[in-house]
Design a protein around this ligand. Structure first.
Ligand code: CMP
Length: 144
């Protein structure tokens, strides 16, 4: 019985998703949420907010030295975003698969960025790229 239970245990994770200003402005929220639900990623926390410059700079601090950093901060503070915690089996990788490549032009057909993104910057969604970053990013927006 114990063996059976261990065998059945699933690798349930949480990951952070952000629906970015371009997608919020165009009203893609419910269509993007449907993609999560179809992939068995449950939205367990969610809030809509307008990031301050300081919040955007801190959230993307890892990109501070990149040439696109200032533009990225300006874009992420240009309108409201929807910040979400997604939960499900292998949520970090599963969300990255359904988001698609960073640049919508390079993203696979049927992915969120291919269908709702406009450019490498206005690419509809952000998703944590590792379990460690997911934990930190969830803490950043929702606390412990
Ligand atoms: P995101 O997953 O939110 O993480 C960092 C973001 O920087 C990325 O999505 C892109 O939207 C944005 N970005 C803008 N320009 C570039 C670029 N040249 N290379 C990678 N990311 C970029």
């Amino acid at each position: 019985m114990l063996q059976y239970l261990i065998f059945q245990r699933k690798n349930v994770e949480q990951t952070l998703s952000i629906i970015k200003p371009d997608a919020v402005k165009q009203g893609f929220e419910s269509q993007i949420n449907e993609r999560f639900e179809k992939s068995e990623l449950r939205i367990v926390k969610q809030k809509k907010l307008h990031l301050t410059k300081e919040e955007a700079e801190n959230f993307y601090a890892v990109h501070k030295e990149r040439p696109f950093f200032n533009a990225l901060v300006a874009y992420m503070t240009s309108g409201e975003v929807i910040v979400q915690v997604l939960e499900g089996e292998n949520a970090v990788m599963r969300n990255r698969e359904i988001m698609g490549a960073t640049d919508p032009k390079a993203a696979a057909p049927g992915t969120i960025r291919k269908d709702f993104g406009q450019s490498i910057e206005a690419n509809a969604v952000h998703g944590s790229d590792s379990l460690e970053n997911a934990t930190n990013e969830i803490k950043f927006f929702f606390g412990d």
